[in-house]
Design a protein around this ligand. Structure first.
Ligand SMILES: [Mg+2]
Length: 257
């Protein structure tokens, strides 16, 4: 989960930008946590308590408004829109990482990822984006190789993961859909050397960088196991106490950050 939060914070200031080199500043003074972090915390809290994802998202979204939520989600948060709204936006994938870290069987991970998505993102692509992201995290936790992760995700979710990262560089633009974001985030991870490199690669693409960072960050954390200490410290310093408490509780419960 912390990997996703770090990816969100690193990507925060580069959102809507053009592609850039990978040697950018990870935590400039204006870096901040966005909706991706807040909704990740909501999913974690639901897992830690009663499993009610909708209730937790409403609670945390109201506590931390105006952090870049999509228009339809904002309307859902404010109560103007009731029930799920058939979204295939990447919000279902950006918030799902705690599911991949908390549950221990393939079935539970896929079922809970679906549940965490469908209170808002009940379009098949919205559910698929959450399931594919959580499942990649789960496979990474089991110590599976990148080849196995790539093959399993392609086979089950029909994403084209055989593109190269260099190829993406020339073809990437702002895209806030699951199907436009999840495979791209995975390809950046597949070609990375370590956690930091994965985050640098995906954020350097530009576009929806906080969400790309969040999706890649969760998967990279699960696979590499280790996030550099300075990245953890810099990100934690930017988080308020209530968010940090959920991160700590989640760690206590699942021995996963
Ligand atoms: Mg965001």
């Amino acid at each position: 989960m912390l990997g996703a939060i770090i990816g969100d914070i690193v990507g925060s200031v580069y959102e809507f930008g053009e592609a850039m080199g990978e040697d950018f500043i990870l935590f400039p003074p204006n870096a901040f946590f966005t909706d991706d972090t807040v909704m990740t915390i909501a999913v974690a809290e639901a897992i830690l308590t009663d499993g009610n994802y909708e209730k937790a998202m409403l609670k945390w979204g109201k506590a931390y408004p105006h952090l870049g939520y999509g228009g339809m989600f904002q309307s859902w948060l404010s109560g103007h829109r009731k029930g799920p709204y058939n979204s295939f936006g990447n919000g279902s994938a950006m918030r799902v990482s705690p599911v991949g870290f908390a549950f221990n069987s393939e079935k539970e991970v896929l079922d809970e990822a679906k549940r965490s998505a469908e209170c808002t993102h009940n379009h098949p692509e919205g559910i698929k984006g959450a399931q594919a992201t959580a499942f990649a995290i789960w496979l990474g936790r089991q110590g599976e190789s990148k080849d196995v992760i790539r093959t399993e995700i392609s086979k089950r979710f029909f994403y084209d993961l055989n593109r190269t990262f260099d190829g993406l560089r020339f073809n990437h633009s702002m895209d806030e859909t699951c199907q436009g974001t999840v495979p791209v985030s995975m390809i950046a991870f597949f070609e990375s050397r370590d956690f930091e490199d994965a985050i640098r690669k995906v954020v350097s693409l530009g576009g929806d960088t906080d969400t790309l960072g969040a999706i890649t960050g969760g998967i990279a954390q699960a696979f590499y196991k280790k996030i550099p200490d300075d990245m953890v410290q810099k990100a934690m310093a930017l988080l308020p106490t209530d968010i940090k408490s959920i991160i700590n509780e989640f760690y206590e419960m699942f021995k996963a950050e």
